[in-house]
Design a protein around this ligand. Structure first.
Ligand code: SAM
Length: 281
């Protein structure tokens, strides 16, 4: 393993601080610093950016981000056992790493950063999806961040980038693609992690669009999409019945066959329907 910095190898860090992985915290660590530097590079040129990293653990990805030139990294970690290891990294990169101990779901760490801001994380999968949805649904758009570079289980990554007509296409795809350009940029086998998880993982890179792809009220779009996919096997005239009165006519007005199903509709069609529903109410 080639060193990307003058700090000890991660295996030694984990042994020195007794950082045995805890399942309850979703801890699957990346120990190959060449790999973490590669993930950091997927976030683009970080030299002029503040980076929010959620769940640094023993600091493999943190070291990748700093070695790749991030102006400043703010790392939020729930597991206090990791703080001494992270303090050693902060000492090696004076003034560039700040660590907050806490639950990323309960904090608003973005408020501590100066734009341009990028978010990079290898998180437990359940927390990752919840944070992704929060980051995609701020009160105002465009958001304070420019891009998200996040590790997910491969199946969730596929749901984020899915196209209409596929099984993976649903609420997450529409939410993500309406407001971002989303791509899978890396694929990782279980052996990349210690301990190895059961499933494959993938890194998704999402770049915030200056404006959503098509106009629509976010709350109405979300309601329409949720109703359509809650009963994804049903025809839209049935699944959307409760969303607005006269739904069948509204669907026809915007050129959608009432007999079609949710997974056949493009993001553009959902937005057209959301606009029509908004004015019908
Ligand atoms: N980034 C490290 C790496 O790539 O090796 C660790 C990744 S591990 C999959 C997930 C990390 O997120 C763990 O260090 C865990 O303690 C931390 N974590 C779990 N839930 C968290 C939460 N709600 N807020 C902040 N950190 C969390």
């Amino acid at each position: 393993m080639a060193a990307i910095d003058g700090l000890p190898p991660l295996r030694d860090v984990i042994a020195a601080h007794d950082l045995r992985a805890k399942k309850a915290l979703g801890q699957n660590f990346l120990l190959d610093l060449n790999l973490t530097a590669k993930i950091a590079r997927q976030a683009g040129d970080l030299s002029g950016c503040d980076v929010l990293e959620v769940g640094p653990g023993p600091g493999g990805l943190t070291r990748g981000l700093l070695a790749e030139g991030a102006r400043r990294v703010l790392a939020v970690e729930k597991d206090a056992r990791c703080l001494p290891a992270l303090a050693e990294i902060a000492a090696a990169y004076p003034g560039r790493l700040e660590v907050i101990e806490g639950d990323a779901l309960a904090l608003d760490p973005l408020a501590h950063l100066t734009p341009p801001i990028r978010i990079v994380a290898n998180l437990p999968y359940n927390v990752g999806t919840e944070l992704l949805v929060r980051w995609l649904t701020p009160a105002v758009w465009p958001p304070v961040w420019d891009s998200l570079t996040l590790m997910f289980q491969r199946e969730v990554a596929e749901r984020i980038v899915a196209r209409p007509g596929s099984k993976a296409y649903g609420r997450l795809a529409i939410l993500a693609q309406w407001r971002c350009e989303a791509r899978i940029v890396m694929d990782l086998p279980p052996e990349a992690f210690t301990p190895p998880p059961k499933i494959r993982s993938a890194v998704v890179h999402l770049v915030a669009r200056a404006e959503p792809l098509y106009p629509a009220d976010a709350a109405v779009l979300s309601r329409v999409v949720a109703a359509a996919f809650n009963q994804r096997r049903k025809m839209l005239r049935a699944s959307l019945k409760g969303v607005a009165p006269g739904m069948e006519a509204l669907l026809e007005e915007v050129g959608i066959a009432p007999t079609s199903r949710a997974e056949e509709l493009s993001v553009e069609a959902f937005c057209a329907l959301a606009r029509r529903v908004a004015t019908a109410r």
